[in-house]
Ligand binder design. Structure first.
Ligand code: ADP
Length: 489
C-alpha cells in the first residue's frame, strides 16, 4: 500500500522532529509540521509563502542562500548548532539548531523539493558558550595572577632586601632572597631567631614580635644579625599583618634590609663626636676655672667693665658646656653606657628645684610653676631633672621675650605628668612625631642655635624609664611638651 500525499503530510505533522518542505528556488513553504511552526512561532497561514516572507527576520541571515544552493546544486546541507535569530513571543531571540536540508529529486534527477529537519539545541549551546566565557575569564584571571606574580618576583629580584612571609602563628613559611629564590623553610620563628639574630638582640626581637602580634600592628626594628660569613651585620626588619574580614591575622609579610653600612657610619660618627666632646671638656673646665678667678679679681678691683664682660663669658662657657655634655650623652647612649640610677623621690620637689634654678637664669620670660602637686616616682633624679631643664630651655628658646611659660606637675591615671607650655612659634602637625629623632630640627629653626639632640636625649631617658613623652602644638600659637612616669606608693 502506498501513502497519498495528504497521508504523508499528516504523518509528518505528527512527527516530533520539526520538519518543513520547500519547493522552487523561491523556497516556498509547501508544508511545515507543528514542531517546525512552534520553532518559528507562526501558524498554518504561512503555508504557500516564501520562507523569507513568512519569516522576514531572516533577511540578513544565511538561510535563504543556503537553501537556494541546495536547490540548484542538489547537494545536501547538514550542520550543527547554527544560529538563528527568530521573532518568538513578539521579540527577536537567538536559538541554535542542528539542521538538515535534504534535496529530493524526481526520477529525471531534478531537484523538486527540499526537506528541512531541525533540532533545537539552544540550551546545550548556551551552556557551552557560558562555559567558554567562564574558562576565558578564569584564564584571564590566571594570566593576571601570573603577571602579578612575575611583577612581584621582579620587584623582589630588583631589591637587595630579603622578603619573607610568616603564618599567623609566627611560623616562617618562606623566604625570598634578593635573587628571587624561594626557600620553603616552615620553621618556628623562635628557632629562626636563635639561628640568625645576634644573641644580645634576640630578646628584643621576640618582645617586639610578640607586641606586634598582640596589637596586630606593624613590626619594625633594627637589630644585629649573624651573617653567613660569621660577621655581625645590622638589619632593619619590618613586617605587616594581613587581616581577614573578621580582623584576624591571616599572614605576615616582611622585608629585611641590610643597614650595616649605615650603622657603621653612625657608629664612627658618634665615636668621633664622643671623642671630640671628651677632649673639649678638659680645656673648657680649666677655662671656666680661670674665668672664675678673673671674676673674683675684677670684683676686688671694682672693675665693672671687665666684670660685665666676664659675666657674658661665663654664660657662653656654660652654654658650651651644656652642648658638649649633650653630645657626650648621645655618644654614651649609643654605646649603651648610660646607666639609670633609680631612687624614690617626689617629682614636685624636683620641679621646685628646677624653678629655683630657672627663674634667675631665664629672667627674659615669665615662668609660672603651677600646679605642682606631690607625686612619687622611682627614677633617676639627675636624668629626669635634665629632661625638665631641657624642656624649659626649649620653651624659652622658641618663644618671644616676655611671654609666659607654664610648668605643671600633676598625677593623671596613675602617672606623674610634667608639662611645659609655651606661647612660642609652635610646630607643624606633621613634624611633631619627628621632633624626638636624633639631630632632627624643624625647618626654619636654623637661625636659633641647636643641634637637634635635646629632645632625642629626653626621649631616650624617658623610654628607659618605661615612661611616655609627647608634644602638642599649633603653629604660631605655642607648644606643650609632656612626659609621664609611673607613680609609686
Ligand atoms: P635643638 O633645640 O637643639 O635644635 P631639640 O632636640 O631640643 O634640639 O629640638 C628639636 C627641634 O624641635 C628644634 O630644632 C625645634 O625646631 C623644635 N622644638 C623643640 N622645642 C620646641 C618648642 N618649645 N617650640 C617650638 N619648637 C620646638
Amino acid at each position: 500500500m502506498s501513502l497519498t500525499n495528504e497521508q504523508l503530510l499528516a504523518v509528518l505533522d505528527q512527527s516530533k522532529t520539526a520538519t518543513a518542505i520547500y519547493t522552487t528556488e523561491d523556497i516556498v513553504i509547501e508544508s511545515a509540521n507543528k514542531a517546525m511552526l512552534a520553532f518559528w512561532d507562526r501558524d498554518n497561514s504561512i503555508i504557500g509563502l516564501s520562507l523569507d516572507v513568512a519569516l522576514p527576520e531572516i533577511k540578513n541571515q544565511p538561510f535563504m542562500d543556503m537553501l537556494r544552493k541546495v536547490f540548484t546544486t542538489g547537494i545536501d546541507d547538514i550542520g550543527e548548532a547554527i544560529r538563528a535569530d527568530l521573532v518568538v513571543d513578539g521579540r527577536l531571540q537567538t536559538f541554535y539548531f542542528d539542521y538538515e536540508y535534504r534535496a529530493i529529486r524526481n526520477p529525471a534527477g531534478e531537484v523538486y523539493c527540499i526537506i528541512h529537519t531541525a533540532v533545537d539545541v539552544t540550551e546545550r549551546e548556551l551552556a557551552k558558550i557560558e562555559l567558554t566565557r567562564v574558562r576565558a575569564m578564569e584564564n584571564a584571571q590566571k594570566k593576571a595572577l601570573m603577571e602579578s606574580e612575575d611583577r612581584f618576583r621582579a620587584l623582589v629580584t630588583s631589591t637587595s632586601d630579603m622578603i619573607y612571609s610568616m603564618s599567623a602563628d609566627l611560623y616562617i613559611m618562606y623566604q625570598l632572597d634578593g635573587r628571587g629564590f624561594l626557600s620553603d623553610t616552615t620553621e618556628p620563628i623562635d628557632d629562626w631567631i636563635s639561628k640568625y639574630i645576634h644573641p644580645d638582640d634576640q630578646e628584643k626581637v621576640k618582645t617586639a614580635a610578640q607586641k606586634a602580634f598582640r596589637n596586630k600592628e606593624m613590626f619594625e626594628l633594627e637589630h644585629r644579625v649573624l651573617q653567613a660569613d660569621g660577621k655581625i651585620g645590622w638589619t632593619q626588619s619590618r613586617a605587616v599583618p594581613i587581616l581577614n574580614d573578621q580582623g584576624e591575622i591571616m599572614e605576615w609579610f616582611g622585608a629585611a634590609s641590610d643597614v650595616t653600612n649605615r650603622k657603621m657610619e653612625e657608629e664612627r660618627k658618634s665615636d668621633f663626636i664622643g671623642m671630640v666632646s671628651h677632649e673639649l671638656k678638659t680645656p673648657l673646665t680649666s677655662l671656666s676655672a680661670y674665668l672664675q678667678m678673673l671674676q673674683g679679681k675684677s670684683k676686688m678691683d671694682k672693675d665693672t667693665f671687665t666684670l660685665g664682660a666676664l659675666d657674658q663669658s661665663v654664660k657662653q662657657v656654660r652654654r658650651m658646656t651644656t652642648m658638649i655634655n649633650g653630645f657626650l650623652n648621645v655618644s654614651r647612649l649609643e654605646s649603651s653606657k648610660i646607666n639609670i640610677d633609680r631612687s624614690r623621690f617626689d617629682m614636685a620637689g624636683l620641679v621646685e628645684e628646677s624653678e629655683a634654678e630657672a627663674i634667675p637664669m631665664f629672667s627674659s620670660h615669665q615662668l609660672v610653676f603651677a600646679p605642682v602637686e606631690e607625686t612619687y616616682v622611682n627614677a633617676d633624679r639627675d636624668k629626669i631633672s635634665q629632661v625638665i631643664n631641657n624642656l624649659i630651655s626649649n620653651a624659652v628658646k622658641y618663644s618671644k621675650q616676655g611671654s609666659m611659660i607654664n610648668i605643671a606637675c600633676i598625677t593623671v591615671n596613675g602617672s606623674a605628668q610634667v608639662s611645659v607650655r609655651d606661647k612660642g612659634i609652635g610646630i607643624k602637625q606633621e613634624e611633631i612625631s619627628r621632633l624626638f629623632e636624633r639631630y632632627y630640627r624643624v625647618e626654619g629653626s636654623q637661625h636659633i642655635a641647636g643641634f637637634g639632640i635635646g629632645l632625642y636625649l629626653c626621649c631616650e631617658i624617658i623610654k628607659r624609664h618605661e615612661g611616655k613623652i609627647w608634644a602638642e602644638s599649633e603653629l604660631g600659637c605655642g607648644s606643650t611638651f609632656y612626659f609621664s612616669l609611673p607613680v609609686v606608693a
